[in-house]
Design a protein around this ligand. Structure first.
Ligand code: NAD
Length: 330
């Protein structure tokens, strides 16, 4: 099958070519998918897209005109796809629901520890011969309360990692995770989680119901000096409200791997350009804010698995017309 890739990087090409035992015809484009660039899929049965590709109704209609029957997401989240439009057009959408939840969970803890122990600051200081400890005070995780919002595959691992540090774990989810309950985590309502947690870590999907879950009201309910970590999706956080919280001290630390306006910036080298996003620029001025550019998934284990499962998804669709990783909507 001919598969046209959008938003492709060299590492995508490397991992997909290595995993391509079946011999699909793979065509890689760095261009982000949008209605304008759907024409690049001409003659392909499938397109392969990533988190910030635009897969709305207009794009899907253009893809359909090119003969595309399948959209393969090389990621787990699918908030960028208009599933109703795909269904109307008879385009199947598949994804990689699990590749390495450990990769994201471990990055969550890496961000938290870096930020808390000010490693990002001491790294630079020591390289300049500055061994002063001023401003580097952290806190022990042991004995604190961690609030996990979204206790699916990633949230469960993060909860267990917090327990390994000796933290109490409070959870909020629309569906309770029995393993976590058996392991001593406690489900509470969202307001209680906000009120009682020293650290809040976000692991639910971005949906209408979760958009700006962390807003002015939520922040006001939190403990003073709370630490917030978001490795899920940027839209879960109202960034301007969070900036106000950081300025007042209500938020003590913020670590994010995702940002609500990331699609115009992330995954590209923008270092020679003037930053146009004033809200993001303001975030970067805080000493207690740590940002990575959507790299939580980025491990060798995860990339190998993503390539393998994506190509298997396409092989299943080609040979049987269906796939267990197809996203179903009612
Ligand atoms: P999952 O589907 O296993 O778990 C998501 C959990 O969120 C489920 O338990 C679900 O019940 C819960 N949920 C759904 N709606 C909710 C709501 N309104 N309020 C609270 N909880 C709700 O997904 P996962 O594999 O654990 O991934 C979690 C998120 O992590 C994904 O949605 C994705 O956006 C993000 N992610 C980020 C990266 C990265 O590189 N930064 C990589 C992979 C996934």
């Amino acid at each position: 099958m001919k598969v046209v890739f959008f938003s492709s990087k060299r590492y995508d090409e490397d991992y997909f070519r290595t995993a391509n035992d079946v011999g699909h015809e793979l065509v890689f484009h760095e261009t982000k998918l949008s209605p304008r660039y759907a024409v690049l899929a001409q003659g392909a049965r499938a397109v392969c897209v990533f988190v910030n590709d635009r897969v709305d109704r207009e794009t899907l209609e253009r893809l359909k005109e090119q003969g595309v029957q399948f959209v393969a997401l090389r990621c787990a989240g699918f908030n960028n796809v208009d599933l109703a439009a795909a269904r109307d057009l008879g385009i199947a959408v598949v994804r990689v629901p699990v590749y390495s939840p450990h990769a994201v969970a471990e990055h969550t803890i890496a961000l938290l520890l870096t930020l808390n122990r000010r490693i990002h600051r001491s790294f630079n200081r020591v390289r300049e011969g500055n061994f002063s400890l001023e401003g580097l005070v952290g806190f022990d995780l042991h004995g604190l309360t961690a609030g996990i919002i979204g206790t699916g595959k990633i949230g469960q691992i993060v909860a267990h990692l917090f327990q390994a540090f000796g933290c109490g774990v409070l959870c909020y989810d629309i569906a309770e995770n029995e393993t976590l309950k058996n392991d001593g985590a406690r489900y509470v309502d969202l307001d209680t989680l906000f009120e009682k947690s020293d650290i809040i870590s976000l692991h639910c999907p971005l949906l209408e119901a979760t958009h700006h879950l962390i807003d002015e009201d939520a922040i006001a309910k939190m403990k003073s000096g709370v630490t917030i970590v978001n490795t899920s999706r940027g839209g879960l956080i109202d960034t301007t409200a969070v900036i106000r919280g950081l300025k007042s001290g209500q938020i003590g630390n913020l670590a994010i791997d995702v940002y609500e306006e990331e699609d115009s910036m992330f995954f590209e080298d923008q270092s020679a350009r003037v930053m146009q996003d004033d809200v993001f620029a303001r975030l970067l001025t805080f000493p207690n804010v740590l940002v990575t550019g959507h790299q939580a998934f980025f491990t060798d284990t995860a990339l190998t698995q993503i390539a393998r499962v994506t190509l298997d998804n396409l092989s299943d669709l080609e040979s049987t017309g269906s796939c267990s990783n197809e996203i179903q909507i009612n």
